[in-house]
Design a protein around this ligand. Sequence first.
Ligand SMILES: [Zn+2]
Length: 621
Amino acid sequence: MARQQDLWQLAQSRRTQHVFSTIITAQSVERDLSSEDGLRDALDWCRRTGVTKVYIESFRDGLWAKREILVRARSRFQEAGIAASGCVTTTRMAKSSEGGWAMFPCFTNAATQQQLQDVFEFTAPLFDEIMIDDFYCTECECAECQAARGDRSWAAYRLGLMRRLSVERVLEPVRRVNPGATVIIKYPQWYDHFPERGYDPDGETTLFDRTWVGTETRDVDDERWGGCAAYRAFWIMRWLGQSGGEKCGGGWYDPYGTHEDSYLEQARQTILGGARESVLFCYPSLRQDTGPANIEALRRELPALLDLAAWVEGETPRGVVSYKPIGSIAEGERYIFDWLGMVGLPVVPAHEFPAHASVAVFAADSAHDPRFAGSAADFLSHGGTALFTERAAAVAEPGESPAAFVFSPPENLCQFPDLPADQIAALREAALTPLGLQLDGPTGVALYLFGDRKLALENFDDEPCRPVPDRARPRSRRGNCFGSPWAGGCDGPTARTHLLGTAGLESRAQSASRCQWRPSATLSAAARSDTPAFSDDSFSAWNAASGARPLPTSTRFAASTRVRVCRASSRSRDSARMVSNSANRACAFGASSSTPAAWMGFERNPIAPTASALALVSSSV
Ligand SMILES: [Zn+2]
């Protein structure tokens, strides 16, 4: 109970840094918020989860929540110190989509358009902020839509349609009814399908007051929901965060097709992506199936997530700049940047041509920019290093430029992390040398750079639900590891390689100052005290015990930094200690956000013997 109280107070006190919120669907409003008991449960759940804001939905799947329930729930949440906004989900409307996902509406239909307006006119007097859930799009190919489209492409027709409806049926009606209200457009994570379904993060972001970003990457191997690289959450959060600017309020993710590890990965990526709020979709789903276990894991990590938000606040991510113009589709290479992140390239997005980057990567979507070839030639002639997929190279024609690196992604991009080690090594060398970095180690570990003093590594491997098919073939373990002093840690059992999340960071320029990560197993032990995980106290105690000392002030990561990521068997406890011992030579472990020279780690799964981690290093003083 004490811990629950702590979590609630902590979430309240850190609201300016990061907010955790949830959506209560219209069905759940009717079922769960119509009684005193239900309201009490919901308030209690929010307090225990550190949720300080709710979106109370008025319409979904054809169901209108009753006005009096919405009004009473809004008041009860507000009285409890929980902010309350509205939400609308445009599913199962007057006419459903013919073709594609039937939950999407046919927005060409006049009755659907009128209903859209009715829903917002109903909701706007009740809430000063209203979110539109991410079904505000269409794939309908009915006769009405065909006729209205004429000879335009589906993307051109739908983009124009949704833009017009946004003005005439959503924003104008809302502003007539409640002039002070703001409306949020909530984008899904499938950014490489936006134009063909009518999402327009250029025009719509301009029209709407605020934007939200889908970071629902889920388990890559989940049969129903899988196929999405975990790195996408970071990439899209930064991409839409960049184009949305101050309008971009946060990210959102859900529990579908996840387990605790992947659920927390979504949470970390959302915050690393710069979100100021995390919407936990949605209250009813988080109380069934995998939801309760995910939420329990989130509650445990919440203090660390808030520290992460503080750590990343105001930081500018840097790295290999991936160019994706708004409205582009990477035909044949959809979502390729997500996969480059999964092999350890610190890929950061740009929606405008990255003329001043030291290193950039271009894929098929660059061709959307009519000036791409000329810009790429200028980029190379001014000393930039460019990685091109073969499709991008066919447009840019970089010729024999020594600063151009052309590569062929696998047909099935999910297999990117399984490319032969020499191909991965070549790609890393081309991308990282201009950044003064070298990365060795297995794929499935992502690297993030912030400014010139901070970096993070997150280990996405160790998927307990990874099935057996062709992709699950064991990787070469010794081949993925390094020489001394860590080679011993790489003798894994014959089964899947588990992870300890160990890594080392070495500044060659300052060979005396070495910095290495601890195995997360050590960190877990420190965190499993009665105090909230990763409090300053547990860090201090852990640091004192390990003999760590702060990083020398002169250490910077920008110059010739070598990052080593070592995969070790979870059964090799000795190797974990060995890494710890070797790290004691002269290394830097700070405390949490209140102390500079921060080193933080996050336990991935406190129950399983395997652990992976998000590790952060800062060399600031
Ligand atoms: Zn239609």
